[in-house]
Design a binder for this molecule. Structure first.
Ligand SMILES: Cc1ncc(COP(=O)(O)O)c(C=O)c1O
Length: 395
């Protein structure tokens, strides 16, 4: 019997895609749907970035190229991290990959052994536990709970370390909660990592989408450059999701290991997209700042509106572009609220369990639609909240 390798059965999909296909089905049947389910910016890359890619293709930059990425892009990433995160990174500590997910999976393949234990946030990006299990390791969640302002419970993290723990993965700003890990949380996680000789995989894909303060990377803390792998890329900060461009920053021996994995799998990232990425990092039109300003306005409008809907409670996200809404007081499950919003209201959001058991009483909405659409979505939600208003008023 031909069979599929058992590691595949350990993987899970992503909840957003299931909601998206149902929403598309409704649209095909003539219904109007406001899409707040996917984490895909409604912006497009800045014009000079697109021009640069076009020129690169015209100039024949469409051949195989360096496995770990174009030297010029790796240099540009190092300079960008200095400029935006005050990190001292050498170009040889950077590896370019087709998307953050690919950079993440290469890092995980390079660092995780079967039987290892890997700590990850719950709620969090569903690929962390999925790919951990796919590598034959055990995924160990740590909570991001409202009682701790959605910050990690540092005692819980310390208590979950065993001799098998090898990696802590986290994402700040976090998808789906919008939490920016506090300076204290980063210091404590770094302390635990140093004490137990652990790797930290710091997914910084939303680092630029920050609503207050300056981004602090755990890699900048004492003793952390040699045990941290940063994952970042172009999908969110530069609205380049479909270009498939990400990168990892890690000690050179980790980059060497990841490079061998690249050679054994996809050979290299497309050269012309990398040429565009160099231009994106230059950001000559100030596109990132303008985009973040627009997310800020959407956040203000949408979070205030959500908190006016009976049974909904939402803290303003500190970063990323998601609203994480507690729906416990509706008396319904998040899946029921998700279905009512989509089927009757024409608003697509995702029930939080898609991001782990810690998301059970939540819904995630992406702020990736224009403000007039967000206003429309709020009106629709108010309308269908009739379904649970009686339950809320009894409380
Ligand atoms: C936390 C996090 N990491 C990684 C990714 C994947 O990024 P990319 O599209 O560049 O592979 C996403 C996308 O939603 C994300 O939210």
């Amino acid at each position: 019997m031909t069979r599929i390798a058992s590691r595949v059965s350990q993987l899970n999909g992503e909840g957003a895609l299931a909601v998206y296909s149902r929403a598309k089905q409704l649209e095909r049947a003539g219904r109007s749907v406001i899409h707040l389910e996917l984490g895909e910016p409604d912006f497009h890359p800045a014009a000079p970035t697109v021009d640069s890619l076009r020129n690169a293709v015209a100039a024949g930059r469409d051949r195989y190229c360096a496995t770990r990425g174009l030297p010029a892009l790796r240099e540009a990433i190092a300079a960008y991290l200095k400029r935006t995160r005050r990190l001292d990174v050498a170009a040889e500590q950077v590896l370019v990959a087709p998307g953050c997910k690919m950079a993440l999976s290469l890092a995980m393949m390079a660092l995780i052994e079967p039987g290892d234990e890997v700590l990850f946030p719950d709620p969090g990006f569903p690929i962390y536990p999925s790919f951990t299990r796919g590598l034959g390791a055990t995924a160990v969640p740590f909570g991001l709970e409202e009682k701790n302002q959605l910050q990690p419970d540092l005692d819980q993290i310390a208590a979950k370390i065993t001799p098998r723990t090898s990696v802590i993965i986290f994402n700040s700003p976090n998808n789906p909660t919008g939490t920016v890990f506090s300076a204290r949380a980063l210091e404590k996680i770094a302390e635990v990592a140093r004490k137990h000789d652990l790797w930290v995989i710091s997914d910084e894909i939303y680092a630029r989408i920050l609503f207050a303060g300056e981004y602090q990377s755990i890699r900048g803390l004492p003793g952390m450059a040699e045990r941290t792998v940063i994952i970042d890329g172009f999908s969110k900060s530069f609205a380049m999701t479909g270009w498939r461009l990400g990168y990892a920053v890690a000690p050179v021996h980790v980059i060497d290991a990841m490079d061998l994995l690249v050679l054994n799998t996809f050979t290299c990232t497309a050269e012309f997209t990398q040429m565009g990425a160099i231009e994106a990092l230059r950001d000559s039109t100030g596109a990132v700042e303008a985009m973040v300003e627009e997310y800020r306005k959407r956040r203000e409008l949408f979070v205030a509106g959500l908190n006016r809907i009976p049974g909904f409670r939402c803290q303003a996200p500190q970063g990323a572009f998601y609203a994480w809404v507690n729906i416990e007081e509706t008396g319904l499950s998040a899946e029921e609220v998700q279905a009512i919003l989509l089927e009757e209201g024409g608003v697509a959001g995702i029930a939080g369990a898609a991001f782990g058991p810690g998301g059970k009483n939540y819904l995630r909405f992406s702020l990736v639609s224009a403000r007039n659409l967000l206003e429309d979505a709020l009106e629709r939600m108010q309308r269908v909240s009739l379904h649970w208003r009686a339950a809320v008023s009894q409380q």
